[in-house]
Design a protein around this ligand. Structure first.
Ligand code: DGJ
Length: 742
């Protein structure tokens, strides 16, 4: 187990109990050839019998040699222009304007554990036996550059992480035009690509399509990972389901412009790669400088999509999220946004906080509108001073009063933004991102601060710090409501403008890091108009994310189902909101709204003071229920059961690690008259364990529940009266099944 190296043939085999990854050094060119990635195979001294070389009409690297075409060799980190014509994993322009590179094997190092990546978020280990890292060094003698390819294999997880580092060891600067985090050439194309895409208020819908010959990709060029594509994709076999079959997942720990791409060539080879989007990227690497890519987390599963997701969930929950909140249950919060929007004052929000406290809610969050003169979305971003008309006692006074009620206080910021009517803009007009002599586009009437500049990050830290240090703040919602246009930084030279987007996101990470360092107990929730930056990069700083501005329970089935492909329930911000729903006008029962929101961090986003006594009692019961089950929901194994993209029903289950307890969410969107018989097959249970299901007076073995299922129709033998008196079916119905080992 670990990393085996055959020094005679220069072969590398990374493996643990479940996965194998094999590559070697090519004899003649000293470049790296990929041999295998997938289910664990027995280690052997050499895998050279896996080499395939056909003689094909193509260009070859060596004279008189007809099998040295890189186009026909599966590679580890391919380049363009020296016989391979597919998209490369890296691209460089040197001082004579050439793009040709030749990185050749020079050695390797193996270390226990996993080194961090400078300035970038990454998964980590707590103990050096959790993982082993292989760093392969390649050298390009002409460019005078080193390339270090890092591979970390986790001992007990089906995970390999990769990144690449370029080091300029010469006397001339060169430009990195493309630097992928990973590239894998798989030997066939019998896959479907799964990815998560959408738009504002309908993020992370699951899309599946068969691979075709050519390039298919997901990407962002907006300065953030974005609502449109999540920085994730998977390749699955045609017969792979949620529960069975092979899947390869790729997830980028990064919050800026990214690319995830699969290219199928004419010979059925699939090259997949992931990293910073090369579009609009160019990094000037001066002598003695280095550039390291973000990390790509590759998961192999032969247990279907659920198997892949569970690996991501466990890894991201325990070895990506850090700090005080990592292992803690998340507070049940109430947010005032959909309750008041900009129209609030101290009395109004204190009433909400007081009522929330009486119903058992643990955290009150004051959203947008507390600063400057912000009564709508046209003003004040950057003036992080309280609006004393709304809050005469400031945030300091309000937060104290909220705390005195016995409920914690949280606050909204949008640190990266600026409005033109602010003191900040008057003092620093040049901090706004703009291209000289060009018009500047707005998004939601606002502009973006140049976070690639250190002094901007420092200044915003100072403004936020002024508020935080004098107040009792235990939570911050960090919002970001527009993407970057007219990208340009006056602080960068003309040949460094291609660095802007990456430097911007490094600035965002830096501000997070500074705030966390000073206030390690504050819980951060990231947000970008909902899920516009729901990515693993931000989870390193903000352990939870506001998943979507769409709070409708039915829409949320798809949104939360999609996010669960990669992200653990504990990171998925989910609230019960008012009806008619503010995004789609739908009227769903409060039970269903909660039954959906339970599968996440759980909270409320409505004017709780306006609820009837009966509704308040329901909220109180829901809060009590969630507190009882929070540990199970936020730390158990989550399995998707029925897919909302395929039919009228959705279902999922969370099972405790010891399989003694489980909760099933079952949702039927539209009622049907005289309907068919339904059975809901569960998964993840102990087959030999007898379970009770709350509300049912029978017991069931796990194997029965998994193979026969819960029979959803009741037995009305000799109970005609009950049948006629039962509740009528209705739309947006849902049920929770609570299982307990007997
Ligand atoms: C977008 C967020 O997603 C909402 O929850 C809310 O915070 C608004 N911004 C405030 O402007």
């Amino acid at each position: 187990m670990g990393i085996e190296i055959n020094k005679d043939t220069n072969e590398f085999h990374l493996f643990n109990q479940n996965i194998s990854y094999i590559f070697r050094v090519l004899e003649k060119s000293n470049q790296l050839e990929h041999l295998y990635y997938g289910k664990r195979i027995n280690h052997r001294k050499s895998f050279t019998h896996l080499i395939e070389r056909e003689i094909r009409p193509s260009c070859n690297m060596f004279e008189h040699d007809h099998t040295s075409s890189l186009e026909h060799i599966r590679q580890e980190y391919p380049s363009y222009g020296t016989t391979d014509f597919r998209y490369p994993a890296h691209g460089i322009t040197n001082n004579i304007g050439s793009h040709i590179t030749n990185f050749q094997y020079a050695g390797y190092e193996i270390s226990k554990g996993k080194p961090p990546i400078n300035q970038l978020p990454a998964t980590y280990v707590e103990n050096e036996n959790e993982a082993e890292t292989l760093e392969v060094t390649l050298v390009d003698d002409v460019l005078k550059s080193k390339l270090i390819l890092s591979y970390t294999i986790y001992t007990n997880r089906n995970v390999i992480t990769r990144n690449a580092k370029f080091m300029n060891e010469g006397e001339e600067a060169f430009y990195i035009d493309n630097a992928m985090s990973t590239s894998v050439d798989l030997p066939d194309d019998q896959f479907e690509m799964i990815h998560l895409n959408g738009a504002w208020a309908r993020e992370s819908h699951v899309h599946t399509q068969k691979l075709f010959t050519g390039v298919q990709s997901v990407y962002s060029s907006r300065g953030a990972s974005g609502h449109v594509h999540n920085p994730f994709f998977a390749l699955k076999r045609f017969n792979t389901t949620e529960h069975h079959g092979e899947t390869y997942g790729f997830s980028l720990v990064y919050s800026g412009n990214f690319l995830g791409q699969a290219e199928v060539d004419s010979y059925g080879v699939t090259r997949m790669m992931m990293g910073i989007n090369p579009f609009q990227f160019r990094w000037k690497l001066n002598p003695r400088e280095s550039f390291q890519t973000p990390e790509c987390v590759m998961v192999y599963s032969d247990q279907g999509l659920n198997g892949m997701s569970q690996t991501y969930h466990e890894l991201y929950r325990n070895r990506l999220v850090r700090g005080y909140w990592r292992d803690k249950n998340r507070p049940i919060l109430i947010n005032n946004w959909e309750a008041t929007y900009f129209d609030f004052n101290e009395e109004k929000v204190l009433n909400i906080a007081k009522t929330a406290k009486d119903l058992g809610i643990e955290l009150f969050v004051l959203d947008d509108g507390w600063f400057g003169k912000r009564n709508d979305d046209t003003s004040s971003l950057g003036d992080w001073f309280e609006d004393k008309d709304k809050l005469p006692n400031g945030i300091e006074g309000l937060s104290e009063k909220v705390e005195e009620l016995g409920i914690n206080f949280g606050l909204w910021f949008e640190p990266e933004m600026i409005s033109k009517d602010t003191k900040l803009f008057k003092e620093h007009p040049d901090w706004l991102i703009a291209t000289p002599d060009r018009q500047v586009s707005h998004g939601r009437n606002q502009f973006v601060l140049d976070f690639s500049r250190e002094e901007v990050v420092e200044h915003i830290f100072g403004l936020m710090d002024n508020i935080i240090k004098k107040s009792k703040i235990s939570y911050i919602k960090w919002d970001m409501n527009r993407n970057i246009t007219e990208a340009y930084s006056t602080s960068l030279s003309k040949d460094q403008q291609g660095e802007f987007f990456h430097r911007y996101i490094l600035g965002v990470y830096k501000l997070y890091e500074k705030l966390i360092e000073k206030y390690p107990k504050i819980l951060f929730e990231s947000c970008a108009g909902g899920g516009g930056r729901f990515d693993p990069g931000l989870l390193y700083y903000a352990p939870q994310t506001w998943t979507s501005d769409d709070t409708d329970a039915v829409e949320r089935l798809k949104i939360q189902y999609g996010h669960s492909m990669v992200y653990p329930l504990k990171s998925i911000g989910s609230h019960v909101s008012a009806i008619p729903n503010h995004q789609v006008g739908r009227m769903t029962p409060i039970e269903t709204r909660a039954n959906v929101a339970y599968f996440g961090t759980f909270g409320y986003e409505l004017d709780i003071t306006k609820l009837t006594d009966e509704e308040k009692q329901k909220v109180k019961n829901q809060v009590t229920f969630f507190k009882e089950k929070r540990e199970l929901i936020q730390h158990g194994d989550f399995y998707r059961l029925l897919n909302p993209f395929e039919g009228n029903e959705t279902s999922w289950i969370v099972v405790s690690e010891d399989q003694q307890e489980a909760i099933v969410g079952y949702y039927k969107v539209l009622a049907k008259p005289n309907d068919k018989y339904y059975r809901l097959k569960l998964t993840g249970l102990d087959p030999n364990q007898l379970y009770t299901i709350k509300g049912m007076n029978t017991t069931h073995y796990g194997d029965e529940l998994m193979n026969i299922g819960i029979i959803l129709n009741e037995d009305y033998t000799d109970r005609a009266e009950d049948y006629w008196n039962k509740e009528q079916p209705h739309d947006y119905d849902s049920k929770l099944f609570i299982l307990k080992a007997k």
